[in-house]
Write a protein that binds this ligand. Structure first.
Ligand SMILES: Nc1nc2c(c(=O)[nH]1)N[C@H]1C(S)=C(S)[C@@H](COP(=O)(O)O)O[C@H]1N2
Ligand SMILES: [Mo]
Length: 438
């Protein structure tokens, strides 16, 4: 059964409409997006979900029934293991904290955040994939195949954090719409590619350049070819940093299909949304980029703090740049039983956007007192840092371990929640795990 479930997700991951047709004989009305089930399809779906479906005629097309999509935890995307699926159209899946324990995040544990339908890249020749560099502030327009990029420019490898701007959204009150990420939309794999800077300098950028933005090969979920699911960018200075890469490898292997194979941008320390996957085009802009998900409330927060639930005018919203300081407890797993009188070893990672982490502390008394953890240097700029500590418990009972990092500018994580914002971005509250001491 679980193989069958996985099969369904794979199928839907590629092309929801075709999958609908194949699995249920369901056709989708292009305007209402409702699915039309044949009689046989309805019987098959009712059998699969275990009951008749009174509102079957109102069910959207291209959607796997939740009964099937959500029962087989952990959800398996090809090449991934143990991820928790939040949405399957588009695919969004996060990693439980204890699976982020490796210093370098393995491919199977890197989260997936898709805004649209990924291109089918399984059968392509990765070296023949082309990227165009242009835009009104580029001196000329040039096209490179991945093979040419590899041949022409020097290769670099960096370990770079990738965290979705909405990571932690599920804790905001009042709630914010969007994927209800808990804490696992983050990872720190090692990336290999060429510096975006070397490529841009080769092409030439004009003095009036302001922003550098990307377009990918994914499609809008509506299947409308004129709509772009996401196109974001960064100011020129961030694009020209040494660590900003056009990458073709993750941990020494091809980038996984869902993480942007065969080429993606990696721009560490900023919201993951600036790291264009399935990279097709880079544009050098003479203004702040205005592609989909750059404007309005997307990846923007109130420039000044607001009361929870406020309506914030667009011109009082600022684009998120560096991500805030944050940390995770990756060992032990929340919910463990621990023997009284024994020391408990703890470890995890801490990161701070463009900055470094200065110190990490842990608490076993809900933040009343803190103990300093050991903290390692990052493998390179914009990589997360390993921390470890040992704690002892005074008596039997329920405890929580909290972790709190402070960046080199002296800013610490909030203990409960940071400032509310309309889209629920930047929740860098302390991570906590539960345990029973007996
Ligand atoms: N082309 C393209 N690039 C994209 C996205 C996307 O939907 N399409 N999602 C962005 C967002 S919001 C995030 S958080 C990261 C997620 O990267 P991952 O799926 O490899 O973890 O990719 C970014 N790059
Ligand atoms: Mo994101």
């Amino acid at each position: 059964m679980s193989d069958k479930k996985r099969g369904i997700h794979e199928l839907y991951g590629k092309d929801p409409s075709t999958a609908d047709d194949l699995v249920w004989g369901r056709s989708v009305d292009p305007i209402t997006r409702r699915g039309f089930l044949t009689k046989g399809g309805l019987v098959a779906m009712s059998t699969a979900v275990g009951a008749s479906i009174p509102f079957a005629h109102l069910m959207p097309g291209g959607l796997i029934p939740a009964a099937i999509a959500q029962t087989s935890q952990p959800f398996e995307i090809p090449g991934k293991e143990g991820l928790i699926v939040l949405n399957d159209r588009p695919v969004n899946a996060e990693t439980p904290a204890h699976l982020l324990d490796d210093e370098v995040t393995p491919a199977k544990y890197l989260f997936v955040r898709n805004n649209g339908t990924p291109p089918i890249t399984t059968d392509i020749d990765p070296d023949a994939w082309t990227v165009e560099i242009g835009g009104e502030s580029a001196t000329r327009t040039m096209s490179f195949t991945a093979a040419e990029l590899k041949k022409k420019f020097k290769h670099y490898t960096y370990q770079l954090q990738l965290e979705c701007g909405g990571n932690g959204r599920s804790e905001f009150v009042p709630p914010a719409a969007g994927n209800q990420w808990s804490i696992g939309a983050v990872g720190c794999p090692s990336w290999t590619g060429v510096r975006l800077k070397d490529v841009l300098e080769h092409v030439g950028i004009n003095d009036d350049a302001v922003y550098v933005a990307y377009y990918g090969a994914d499609k809008h979920v509506s299947s409308d070819p004129n709509k772009v699911p996401i196109s974001r960018g960064v100011p020129v200075a961030k694009a020209l940093e040494d660590e900003t890469l056009i990458a073709w490898a993750m941990n020494g292997e091809d980038i996984p299909p869902m993480n942007g194979y065969p080429l993606r941008l990696v721009c560490g320390g900023w919201p993951g949304s600036v790291c264009g996957k399935w990279l097709r085009k880079i544009v050098v802009r003479n203004q702040v980029h205005d592609g989909p998900k750059m404007t309005g409330t997307s990846y923007r927060v109130p420039c000044k703090p607001v009361a929870p639930g406020s309506e914030v005018p667009t011109d009082e919203m600022c684009i998120i740049e560096s991500m805030p300081v944050k940390s995770l407890i990756t060992f032990p797993k929340s919910g463990l039983q621990h023997e009284l009188g024994k020391k408990l070893a703890l470890r995890g990672h801490a990161w701070a956007g463009d900055l470094e982490v200065h110190k990490v502390r842990v608490s076993i008394d809900f933040g009343a007192t803190w103990q300093k953890a050991k903290l390692s240097a990052p493998a390179n700029r914009l990589a997360w840092q390993r921390w470890s500590a040992e704690v002892e418990f005074p008596e039997a009972g329920y405890y929580e371990v909290w972790v709190r990092a402070t960046d080199t500018a002296g800013r610490s994580q909030p203990m409960v929640l940071p400032g509310w914002n309309p889209k629920g971005y930047l929740n860098n509250a302390c991570h906590r795990i539960a345990l029973q001491v007996a």
